[in-house]
Design a protein around this ligand. Structure first.
Ligand code: GCU
Length: 342
């Protein structure tokens, strides 16, 4: 049976199990009294996940009497998300914000939250990410094999398609368009079912790929569209609303369990606040991003046949959850959250 070392998302406290630490990529101040966790982030300092990471550092320092803090490295300074995941796993980076697609390569059960048109709203997604036993099982599933703990799932907005050619209204409009997707099988299957050609790639390569015509566009929320300047090179943003997919805050498990019970609990107690900063901040950041993108000539199109796109991806949703009790439980939690927040 899997050793689930802590209860991450529930109200219950930690189990008193702590493993030997290797300390990983964290910096100590030389006297050994202060450890600064490195948190990798692939977007800018304006993004609420950056701000949430900074707040985590400040509050952790306060809560642990200066024993621990966090330094956030934005703009892919520590590498792209796929490479960073490996470095969190091997302990040379302590923490990272990461896109959900990449998690599937480590444990296919993560696919459930990456499926198109399954969440009816960000509220439903947030309710599921608030916690459950099944979520704890998923979030601790990579501790023993990869030394990866998911500390939190946050909103990454609603994803829509943008491109340099024209507005998208129907699946027909996607024919022949080459679009960047996250590096995961589900995202490739999804975009191809919707009618386009999928090109999995890390986020930092997207701008120049669109600029040079290697790609026609991509799909993402408005903050990535404008924050990473894709709005300069792909003027048409269409509300396909195909995905409400989370981002995750990851931590190296050995580093987490190497903390004293008290310090680890202080860190875990801060997670709800971190989620709130990231979630609330994204709503405002997306609104600002829309305004800025419009001011430089981007066109937002809401006239989209979302029912047609949804019909095309239904087979992939059904087959993704078949044959896995955990995925079915997680999927059921999405359905209940959809109903509860309707
Ligand atoms: C999300 C996320 C990013 C990530 C991106 C993607 O929106 O916030 O960190 O880069 O998706 O890779 O598509």
């Amino acid at each position: 049976m899997k050793l689930s070392r802590i209860v991450l998302t529930g109200v219950a406290g930690i189990m008193s199990l702590s493993l030997a630490a290797c300390g990983g990529g964290a910096n100590s101040d030389g006297g050994g009294s202060k450890t600064v966790f490195k948190l990798a982030f692939n977007q800018t300092e304006k993004h609420p996940q950056y701000l949430a990471g900074v707040a985590l550092g400040e509050k952790l320092e306060e809560a642990t009497d200066g024993r621990y803090s966090v330094r956030v490295y934005p703009n892919e300074q520590l590498g792209n998300q796929a490479d960073v995941m490996q470095n969190v796993s091997n302990g040379t980076v302590d923490m990272a914000w990461t896109a959900a697609g990449i998690m599937e390569g480590y444990n296919p059960d993560f696919i459930v939250f990456n499926l198109p048109y399954v969440f009816d709203s960000i509220e439903a997604q947030t309710a599921v990410m608030d916690g459950s036993e099944a979520l704890d099982e998923l979030f601790t599933s990579l501790e023993d094999s990869k030394s990866l703990t998911v500390l939190a799932g946050v909103s990454a907005g609603v994803r829509n398609i943008y491109n340099s050619k024209g507005p998208i209204r129907t699946p027909q409009d996607l024919r022949g368009l080459k679009l960047r997707v996250q590096q995961s099988e589900s995202q490739v299957t999804m975009i191809e079912a919707m009618g386009a050609i999928a090109s999995p790639m890390s986020q930092g390569d997207v701008y120049s790929a669109i600029q040079t015509g290697v790609l026609d566009g991509a799909e993402n929320n408005e903050s990535v569209y404008d924050g990473l300047k894709h709005s300069e090179v792909a003027k048409y943003y269409s509300y396909t609303k195909h995905l409400i997919i989370p981002d995750y805050l990851l931590m190296n498990s050995d580093t987490l369990y190497g903390m004293s019970d008290e310090d680890r609990q202080a860190l875990l107690d801060l997670i709800p606040e971190v989620r709130k900063i990231a979630n609330d901040g994204l709503v405002d950041y997306c609104a600002e991003s829309i305004e800025h993108a419009k001011s430089i000539g981007a066109a937002f199109n809401d006239d989209v046949d979302t029912a047609a796109f949804k019909a095309l991806v239904q087979p992939m949703v059904q087959s993704a959850i078949a044959d896995s009790p955990l995925r079915q439980t997680l999927y059921a939690s999405i359905e209940s959250a959809n109903e509860a927040t309707a």
